[in-house]
Design a protein around this ligand. Structure first.
Ligand SMILES: [Zn+2]
Ligand SMILES: [Zn+2]
Length: 76
């Protein structure tokens, strides 16, 4: 079974590695590909070092599309 983290690009690979990076909020964002509202917010690993940054992030693609298209879910 493919894991969406296998398709992370160089820039976003760190998001797949870190354990503090996990879905934080229920699905509230729409996927840019399938337009389904099934993307949750994720904790922002940069937030700790930058308290004025966003406390969570949302990917552009849902996990389903990331795996199907073999694309990094954080790039668009
Ligand atoms: Zn999608
Ligand atoms: Zn990426």
């Amino acid at each position: 079974m493919a894991n969406h983290n296998d398709y992370l690009c160089e820039t976003h690979r760190k998001y797949g590695d870190t354990t503090i990076y996990f879905p934080l909020s229920p699905a509230r964002y729409c996927c840019v590909n399938c337009e389904k509202k099934n993307i949750g917010g994720y904790t922002n690993p940069d937030h700790v070092s930058n308290p004025f940054g966003y406390c969570y992030l949302s990917p552009s693609l849902c996990i389903d599309c990331s795996i199907k298209d073999k694309k990094c879910m954080w790039c668009n």
